[in-house]
Design a protein around this ligand. Structure first.
Ligand SMILES: [Zn+2]
Length: 152
């Protein structure tokens, strides 16, 4: 291992010790061998991941002028379709939420393009990717099949 790596580990060790106490990090200075070193590094990696998860969980993000928990935001944006506003807990919708930021139904109506099914990216998909979204009226009319008093 390079000296730089040891410096880094020493820093991490100190930070972990400050948070979890000295018993959290056990430096096997005696009987140091490759296997022990690996074990030690794995231990540090695990604690780092734990620390990062904790940080991420407490991270606040601003939305509409309010500070809310990032965890909460991720959760709610996964469950509520930004296009039609319907909450979904279906796993199938997760895929479309992640990929197209809308539910499966909205994808079928507003994003998918049968005539370009073998193309990498159809004009409709590209338009969507670039940020185009249907108007409220269009969503009402096509997604919910409501007559909103406007011609098609
Ligand atoms: Zn939707």
């Amino acid at each position: 291992m390079k000296k730089k790596d040891f410096d880094y580990i020493a820093k991490v060790e100190k930070a972990i010790e400050a948070r979890y106490g000295s018993e959290a990090v056990q430096n096997p200075k005696a009987n140091w061998d490759e296997e022990k070193e690996k074990e030690y590094l794995d231990q540090i990696k695990l604690l780092l991941e734990k620390e990062n998860k904790r940080k991420e969980k407490n991270q606040k993000v601003e939305k509409d002028g309010f500070l809310i928990s990032k965890k909460l935001l991720n959760k709610s944006s996964r469950e509520k379709c930004p296009v039609c506003g319907i909450y979904s807990f279906k796993t199938r919708d997760d895929f479309y939420f992640n990929r197209y930021s809308c539910c499966h139904e909205c994808y079928l109506i507003f994003v998918e393009d049968d005539s370009y099914i073998f193309e990498q990216e159809s004009p409709r998909k590209e338009r969507w990717r670039l940020g185009w979204r249907p108007s409220k009226d269009e969503v009402e009319r096509r997604r919910f099949k409501k007559d909103v008093g406007r011609g098609a």
